[in-house]
Each structure stands twice: as structure tokens, then as C-alpha cells.
Design a protein around this ligand. Structure first.
Ligand code: B12
Ligand code: SF4
Length: 449
């Protein structure tokens, strides 16, 4: 048998709200497995003694170790690579994922990393194993400088790749912050997004929307439910409803199959890409929650970030979601370089108007190779951690105060409990409040109910 290829998802640097199955790494695993490569996968987020496991892996002298990375596990990725190389400097390490694709030099500056995969990794990893490091889609070191081997084409027909290797992980160990049933799993039914929101990085799945056929999607759902025992699924597409007809077909097939599971769309649906009819179909096919992500409630900011839809359209979709009894969280970002306190106040007023079931506010963090990063020259953020991204003091106060106000409002608490259950409420409120606890003490934030 050929030497093993080991794919690892290094652990997050800090504790996060959710630990869910890493589909990117699991796609790589199933792709190699289908091609008879001797491959193993480990998610170090769910392995307690992961350093010990790393030692065992190195002892077996695999052909290559592939690390799946993003901004949240960057330093642990580097730390793991260091451990591996110190144990056996002959082992080759390739890193891939959204953050390496975004800023490959940051990884390659470390002597422990041999190659960085740019973009989708299925064919690149397979070819790297079989043909060596001159294949397209890689950044590598050559004579002291960094060299790109050439562009890797996006996968044309997503139905041709196997389902992600979820059968190799213990699905019961995963969770998501908004969750009604256990075990919960993930699915991606399309890749890419043709819109131009200025903060969004397109360097992995590109601007062209590519979709799996409704049958292929429902076949995977059937497999996850019947074979893996999944009771709830998160549909993580960037643009699930881009083609309304396809969504309707998926829903029709789901109704025919009568599968015993519920699902949600936590990555945000574009409000200009849903109609009441599509939403109704999704509800009837077991979808109970959709997130809407205007990112702001200010008319100037929504234009400036080129969201491509209006606040009025957003209000309309919130209204439909209420009528159809969806659980509807909202995603907001604050701290754009052109945002001031008036804009944020408008966002807070907007939140009061649309009354989402949950508010989730993210501090703006610019990724290299995005339009906003280039236009505003935001290089200085690179020295900041993702979670500790700098934000004006007043913004920080508003950020913490908004959470407190929302999560201590009895009306909101009753609404959340009735829709998601008491267990969810206790879990999520604890996580939100504890994350902001320091701010509350430090700045004596007033809670206005
Ligand atoms: C699902 C998801 C989550 C879920 C689950 C995460 C997980 N464990 O997978 C949850 C809710 C937990 C989550 C949390 C966060 N997420 Co998230 N998430 C996503 C989302 C929507 C889908 C991920 C996915 O499954 N993609 C589909 C697969 C097929 O693509 P992929 O993962 O990129 O993998 C492909 C390539 O990257 C490459 N590849 C990947 N690994 C490797 C390794 C090797 C060796 C090779 C060769 C290739 C390779 O090949 C894969 C197959 O083609 C993406 C957006 C997106 N469209 O990808 C954001 C995204 C990954 N998340 C992001 C962020 C910022 C976060 C958080 C930090 C947010 C926060 N504030 O806490 C946390 C971090 C948690 C974590 N450690 O992952 C960013 C990452 C940005 C970056 N540049 O790193 C993304 C890209 C969203 C965005 N556009 O900003 N997230
Ligand atoms: S709609 Fe979403 S995925 Fe598409 S460009 Fe905007 S933020 Fe990115």
C-alpha cells in the first residue's frame, strides 16, 4: 500500500461559539478516498490530546500532511506545523483554506510550511501527491523567493465530486449556536457568489455560482439522515437561493422523501434573491430558520459596501419571515473605516424596526485581496487578531450595550425560548454575555431595557 496522506483540521486558537464539521477538509478526504489514495482525516477541534495525536501521526511517516486553515486557527496551524517539522523535518506540509488563499505569504514566511494551496483544493492536493509540487494552484518557495505555479480552474460539475467524508467523524461531537436538534451536521449545495460586497473574499470559490443538482443535494441529505443519523442540517452556501427554481425542486424532492430532519440557512440569504413563494416552499420542506445579513441598517453604509440590495427590501423579507414563522437572526458588522456613530445609531434604530429573533454583531475585520482592504489600505489590521480587531472605544461600548440590551429584554427572552427552547437560550446568552463581560465591567455600561 502507498504511504499515507494525512489531512488535519488544526484546533481553533480561542474557544468559539460553535464547533462544526469542517466540510472543506472533508471534501478533500472523500475526493482522495474515491481515487484510492490511502488517506486519513483528523479534526483536532474534537481531539482532546491533539499534540499526542500529532506525534503518533509523525511516527507513521506519512507521504504528506495537509493542514486546513482559516483565520480562526492560524496560530495553531503554524504551531502544529512547527511540532511536526521538529519531529521530522523531512515530512512535507501543505496548507490550504480561506485564509491561506487570502494571504499565502503569511504562511510561507514560516519555515515549517512547504506549500500553500490557493483556491479549491481537491485536484490540487491529488495532483501534488501524484505529480509533485509543479502542479497548478500552489504557492511554494523557490530559491529564496515565493513562486506561484499558476491558476487552478474551479470545479465545473459539483455533482462529480463525492459527498464530504462525514462518515469519518463523530457527528455527535459537533454543535452550532442556533440549534434545535442533535446530532447536527453541515451541507454545501453550491459554491461561489457573483456579487461584489466589498469586504468579501472570493479567492477560494470565485465569482461564478456553481450548483449541485437538486437530486444530488437531496441524495446527500438522505445519506446524512439515514446513514449518519443526522437530525438537523446547516445549509452553509454563500448564495443558496440564487436560483429560486432550483430551491423549489430541492424542496419538492425533500417533501417526497419525507426525511426526518430539520434544516436552517445560517450563512445569510440575500433578500433580493428570495420571494415569499420560495420561503413558503422552504418552510414546508423542513427549514425553520434563515439568517438575513444586510450587515448594516444605514442606507449610506449599505451602498458603500455594495451589498446590492436595499434596507426596504430587507424589511419586507423580515415581514415575510414573521408571517411564515421562521426563526430569523440578523448579521450586522460594525467598524467599517468610513462608518461613524450616526451610521451605527441608524443601524440600532433599524434593528428595533425589523425585530430580528437574534442579533449577531461582528466587528469588521478586513481580509487582504478584498476591494475594501485595497481601497482603504488596511494593512495595519494584519497585526491584530481576528477576535481582537481594533474598534473605536465608543463603538465597542455600543457593541456590548446592544447585546446586553437585547439579551436582557424579557420580551426577547420569551420569544427566543418559545422558538428555540430554554436550553438554547441559556447556552447562547451565557456565551454572548461572557464574551462582553470585560467591557461591561470596564466601561460601566448602562443597560437600557
Ligand atoms: C460553515 C462556515 C463556518 C461554520 C463551520 C466552520 C467549519 N468548521 O467549517 C462556523 C459557524 C463554525 C464558522 C465559524 C467561523 N467562521 Co466560517 N464559514 C463557514 C462557511 C460559510 C462555509 C465553509 C465551507 O464549508 N465551505 C465549503 C468548502 C468546500 O470550502 P473551503 O472550506 O474553503 O475548502 C476548500 C478550499 O479552501 C480548500 N482547502 C481547505 N482546506 C484545505 C487544506 C489543504 C491542505 C488544501 C490543499 C486545500 C484546502 O479546498 C477545499 C475544497 O475545495 C465559509 C464561507 C465559505 N463559503 O466557504 C465561512 C468562512 C470560512 N468563515 C470565516 C470566518 C471568519 C469564521 C469565524 C472566524 C467567524 C467568527 N467570528 O468566529 C469562525 C471560525 C471558526 C472556524 N475555525 O472555522 C471566513 C474565513 C475567512 C478567512 N479568510 O479565513 C469564511 C471564508 C467566511 C468569509 N467569507 O469571511 N464558519
Ligand atoms: S452576497 Fe455574500 S457571498 Fe456574495 S459577495 Fe456578498 S457577502 Fe460575499
Amino acid at each position: 500500500m502507498s504511504r499515507k496522506v494525512v489531512i488535519i483540521y488544526p484546533p481553533n486558537n480561542t474557544e468559539l461559539f460553535s464547533i462544526s464539521p469542517p466540510l472543506g477538509a472533508l471534501y478533500l478526504t472523500s475526493y482522495l478516498r474515491e481515487k484510492n489514495v490511502n488517506v486519513e482525516f483528523f479534526d483536532f477541534n474534537i481531539i482532546k490530546y491533539w499534540i499526542k495525536k500529532a506525534h503518533q501521526i509523525v511516527d507513521e511517516e506519512p507521504q504528506i500532511i495537509a493542514l486546513s486553515s482559516n483565520v480562526a486557527n492560524f496560530s495553531n496551524t503554524i504551531y502544529l506545523a512547527k511540532i511536526i517539522k521538529e519531529l521530522n523535518s523531512d515530512l512535507k506540509i501543505v496548507v490550504g483554506g480561506p485564509y491561506p488563499s487570502c494571504i499565502p505569504e503569511k504562511y510561507l514566511n514560516y519555515e515549517y510550511i512547504d506549500f500553500v494551496c490557493i483556491g479549491e483544493g481537491e485536484s490540487t492536493l491529488y495532483e501534488l501527491i501524484n505529480k509533485g509540487s509543479q502542479v497548478n494552484g500552489l504557492m511554494r518557495k523557490k530559491k529564496g523567493s515565493i513562486h506561484f505555479t499558476g491558476k487552478r480552474e474551479l470545479i465545473q460539475d459539483l455533482d462529480k465530486i463525492p459527498f464530504p467524508a462525514l462518515d469519518l467523524v463523530n457527528i455527535k461531537k459537533y454543535n452550532y449556536i442556533f440549534q434545535r436538534k442533535k446530532p447536527l451536521s453541515n451541507i454545501i449545495t453550491s459554491r461561489g457568489c457573483p456579487y461584489n460586497c466589498t469586504f468579501c473574499f472570493h479567492g477560494v470559490h470565485g465569482y461564478r455560482w456553481r450548483a449541485r443538482s437538486p437530486k444530488n443535494v437531496v441524495d446527500e441529505m438522505k445519506w446524512q439522515v439515514n446513514e449518519l443519523g443526522v437530525k438537523e442540517m446547516c445549509v452553509w452556501d454563500d448564495n443558496f437561493t440564487f436560483n429560486g427554481k432550483r430551491v423549489e425542486k430541492i424542496c419538492d424532492l425533500l417533501k417526497q422523501e419525507k426525511l426526518d430532519f430539520i434544516w436552517q440557512c445560517p450563512n445569510g440569504l440575500r433578500v433580493d434573491k428570495v420571494t415569499k413563494k420560495v420561503l413558503k416552499n422552504m418552510k414546508n420542506a423542513g427549514c425553520y430558520s434563515i439568517v438575513l445579513a444586510p450587515e448594516t441598517g444605514d442606507p449610506y453604509i449599505i451602498k458603500k459596501i455594495q451589498k446590492g440590495f436595499s434596507l426596504e427590501e430587507t424589511e419586507q423579507v423580515f415581514q415575510w419571515c414573521k408571517e411564515l414563522d421562521f426563526f430569523t437572526p440578523i448579521y450586522i458588522m460594525i467598524g467599517f473605516p468610513f462608518e461613524n456613530l450616526n451610521h451605527i445609531q441608524n443601524t440600532l434604530n433599524f434593528l428595533k424596526k425589523v425585530k430580528p429573533d437574534i442579533i449577531s454583531i461582528h466587528k469588521f475585520y478586513p481580509f487582504p485581496n478584498t476591494p475594501i482592504y485595497e481601497e482603504y489600505n488596511l494593512k495595519s489590521y494584519e497585526n491584530e487578531g481576528y477576535q481582537t480587531a481594533k474598534i473605536e472605544k465608543d463603538f465597542q461600548k455600543i457593541y456590548a450595550n446592544t447585546y446586553l440590551t437585547f439579551y436582557l429584554n424579557p420580551k426577547n427572552l420569551i420569544n427566543i425560548t418559545s422558538k428555540m427552547g430554554l436550553k438554547y437560550l441559556l447556552n447562547s446568552s451565557y456565551k454572548y454575555l461572557s464574551r462582553n463581560f470585560k467591557e461591561i465591567i470596564k466601561r460601566k455600561i448602562r443597560v437600557s431595557l
